[in-house]
Design a protein. Structure first.
Length: 242
């Protein structure tokens, strides 16, 4: 795989192989490998993928991909890593849902979140609950998380309980309306879904991420405040027009 497609395909692999995959340097690019049932899902999505047998121990190789990250005072990492003293710890088990904090779009959303005044928080497309849990630990309350995927909602509740925070997680489609009002909404989702969700939002501030730096969200009723970018991805903060 060529480097310029790396982030795009990493994101796709996270969807197809949430239980983990392996990344290695290969022939001037990178090679992504999934194992077991995840390999079957990848092969169905990419019929031309290369298939081979593997050595013993493949079951634990996926852990090497899931590593901790530090974002300001936050430490976000899997349960098998030890957080440093003095940090605000968010432990996420990268089991069944997208999002461990390491992806650039999640990091950008959290960097922008750290700059916001505390208040109620709505996490749209919560995945594994990283943003919801971090928000709660940073003092946002109440925190509501929504996702169209029932598994993501279950995982968010499990991770919130493991971190000792209260998150109200529910199955909901942000495009259909009925979202609770919040001081701040965070939508770390695709550009198409970001733009489709705006008419249903009842939030004074909005953080968006999950799209490339070449993309620019068009959000009627909101004024652009700030943009951050990293590794070809972008995150933006918007304020609702008075």
């Amino acid at each position: 795989m060529l480097p310029d497609r790396a982030e795009e395909l990493r994101a796709r692999f996270v969807e197809l192989a949430p239980e983990g995959f392996e990344e290695t340097e290969a022939f001037g690019g990178i090679e992504l490998a999934a194992y077991g049932p995840a390999a079957d899902r990848v092969l169905a999505a990419f019929p031309d993928a290369f298939v081979t047998t593997v050595d013993e121990g493949w079951e634990d190789r996926w852990r090497a991909f899931h590593h901790s990250v530090a974002i300001g005072p936050l430490w976000i990492g899997p349960p098998w890593e030890q957080p440093p003293a003095g940090t605000t710890v968010v432990v996420v088990d990268p089991g069944r849902a997208f999002g461990t904090g390491a992806h650039p779009s999640t990091r950008l959303a959290l960097e922008l979140l750290l700059r916001e005044a505390r208040g109620s928080l709505l996490d749209i497309g919560c995945g594994s609950g990283v943003i919801s849990i971090a928000g709660s630990k940073l003092g946002f309350a109440p925190v509501v998380a929504v996702d169209v995927d029932e598994v993501a909602v279950e995982v968010t509740l499990e991770n919130a309980a493991a971190n000792g925070v209260a998150v109200d997680a529910r199955v909901a489609d942000a495009r259909d309306g009925g979202l609770p009002a919040a001081t701040l909404a965070v939508a770390n989702i695709s550009l198409e879904l970001v733009e489709a969700s705006v008419p249903a939002l009842q939030a004074r501030r909005l953080i968006t991420a999950g799209y490339l730096a070449t993309d620019r969200p068009s959000l009627p009723g909101f004024t652009h405040v700030r943009r951050l970018d990293r590794d070809g991805w972008a995150g933006d903060t918007f304020s609702r027009d008075r």
